[in-house]
Design a protein around this ligand. Structure first.
Ligand code: PAF
Length: 288
């Protein structure tokens, strides 16, 4: 496995692979790799000749009150994990390599960003699409892999790829879950025992909501009201939002007549958990 920290070495490797007609699977990350990332690497390994993983904690996507300096890092563990999962090249640039001078260009995300978690993170998705534009141009992937835990990010990146005609495909990868259905997250360790017992209720509530659609519910307001009640009965966590939107366009729906996402965020004492389910217009499960 190659570990490359500069742009020139990366570009020369990538050009060689492209010339040889190899397909490239790309897994962009901010490091501190966990099971969710492993699932992305596995999917990339199955479908491509070459797998590139990038590790870069992108300052542009952190808000003023979000702690960039305390973002967890573990270089040694990340290298090992990448190697064990058949990654061919890790791109591990410094901030100076990625942003040698302040950017003169800015991409604004005018749709899909100001809903769900994006509402409370102004500027976040601008940072995400800016770094991904650079990384896609550098790695020239055939396919790029994104976890559906962050379904809004996958939707925004899907728009980036379509709007700017990147010659590549986004592959959404299903959320990795604990045996009881709780979405895996590094934040789960911050739950008390009692909260941990209650937390699978997020996914239960989402599946309950999806089943209501399967049974014929078409009214978004009614669906949200009933799902909220279900969740409130199962957990004392404070619901930040429950939203139903079209997916991937993330527009409000007046009736459930197309593919949709039902997403939830819940505050616990020391953790805020998110989860979602994507389903078709008859309530059939697409990604959960
Ligand atoms: O999901 C992440 O870890 C980041 O947002 C990404 C896609 C690597 C861009 O910095």
């Amino acid at each position: 496995m190659d570990v490359v920290t500069d742009i020139q070495s990366l570009q020369s490797k990538v050009s060689q692979w492209i010339q040889e007609g190899k397909s490239i699977g790309f897994v962009p990350t901010m490091g501190y790799l966990h099971e969710g990332h492993v699932r992305l690497m596995e999917a990339a390994r199955e479908e491509n000749d070459i797998v590139i993983l990038s590790i870069f904690v992108n300052p542009l996507q952190f808000g003023e009150n979000e702690d960039l300096d305390h973002y967890p890092r573990d270089e040694e563990h990340d290298r090992k994990t990448a190697e064990q999962n058949g990654v061919d090249l890790v791109f591990f640039p410094s901030e100076d390599v990625m942003y040698p001078e302040p950017m003169s260009m800015q991409i604004s995300v005018v749709r899909r960003a100001d809903v769900l978690c994006g509402r409370s993170r102004p500027g976040h998705f601008e940072g995400v699409v800016t770094v991904l534009t650079k990384l896609f141009n550098l790695c020239r992937p055939t396919r790029a892999y994104f976890g559906m835990k962050d379904a809004q990010q996958a939707a925004v990146v899907d728009a980036l790829i379509n709007d700017f005609n990147f010659p590549m495909t986004l592959v959404p990868v299903e959320t990795v879950r604990e045996a009881d259905g709780l979405a895996k997250s590094s934040r789960n360790v911050n739950l008390s025992d009692e909260e941990r017992m209650e937390a699978p209720a997020l996914q239960e509530a989402l599946q309950y909501g999806r089943k209501l659609v399967e049974e014929g519910e078409k009214n978004p307001d009614q669906l949200i009201k009933t799902t909220r009640k279900f969740l409130e009965n199962k957990t004392r966590g404070k619901i930040d939002y429950i939203e139903l939107l079209s997916y991937p366009s993330l527009e409000p729906l007046t009736t459930i007549d197309q593919q949709a996402i039902l997403a939830v965020a819940v505050f616990y004492d020391k953790a805020r958990l998110i989860d979602n389910v994507v389903f078709g217009k008859q309530g059939e499960l697409i990604k959960g």
